[in-house]
Design a protein around this ligand. Sequence first.
Ligand code: XMP
Length: 326
Amino acid sequence: SWTTGSVIDEQVAAIREQVGGKRAICGLSGGVDSAVAAALVQKAIGTQLTCVYVDHGLMRKGETEQVEKDFVAATGVQLKVVDAEQRFLDALSGVSDPEEKRKIIGREFIRVFEQAQAEIIAEASATDEPVAFLVQGTLYPDVVESGGGTGTANIKSHHNVGGLPEDIEFELVEPLRQLFKDEVRMVGQELGLPDEIVQRQPFPGPGLGIRIVGEVTKARLDLLREADAIAREELTAAGLDRDIWQCPVVLLADVRSVGVQGDGRTYGHPIVLRPVSSEDAMTADWTRMPYDVLGRVSTRITNEVADVNRVVLDVTSKPPGTIEWE
Ligand code: XMP
């Protein structure tokens, strides 16, 4: 019968057999899947695994610290953190189009990740343990959706590192291939990962970059991080984390409206709350949230976040609206 303990034992044995004495790399996104996959592989092969976390500066408040401190403390994993905030800000400068933002973020992410990978490979080449494996947090539904097969990944590693082959072929290690999301969370919990990571709601790869309608700047990101942290804090305090699938908080950076605070007229930006209920994110309904919780979020955001003078609620289902605004 299925127990988390037996799944962990089975996977640890399988990973050891697959990887042998070689080395593996795993990219951490801050999400549940990559964290649990990394923790499993770490349990199996210890220091033969190196994790890479690209800090693109588009994460929510506290999330990078969760990976850098709490995840490392819980697993003892070797972690390489790349601070790439300025690089992403530069690349996104002047860009407002959603698809273009996504392309830029995706492209820069791959470049930074590959560079980190190449550095790890170069360091390992001094030893007899080649880096031959790439760990991925592929789940059962992903396997079914993409038609099945296991694979290899071709990584071009030609960025700034001399003496390496142009193409390195990695074999994939995918220890979550037989699991559903709730099972992955149970495995993560059993492995001792922090609740903030294991119970995390979905968050898009491009991060807050696609929750600022308009150009992405450091000041706007900081503002949105504050508003988002307040919303998350109040939803959690109200016990709504399980009822709500996710609640994007969106900054309408290109919109201003008139307000009044104290004796003064303000001309600030609106923040949109987008709480949705969903099974799989393919369709969603807007969550009928308690008014008093909405009221608290609104009061706190307008009081505590400079330059925001209005909070609005998105009451659109998907379809026709997507969950994210971009
Ligand atoms: P939409 O906005 O298409 O979002 O209704 C559906 C779900 O996918 C998430 N999302 C992403 N996740 N990379 C991701 O890893 C992305 O580029 C991305 N875009 C949207 C979104 O948060 C929601 O859960």
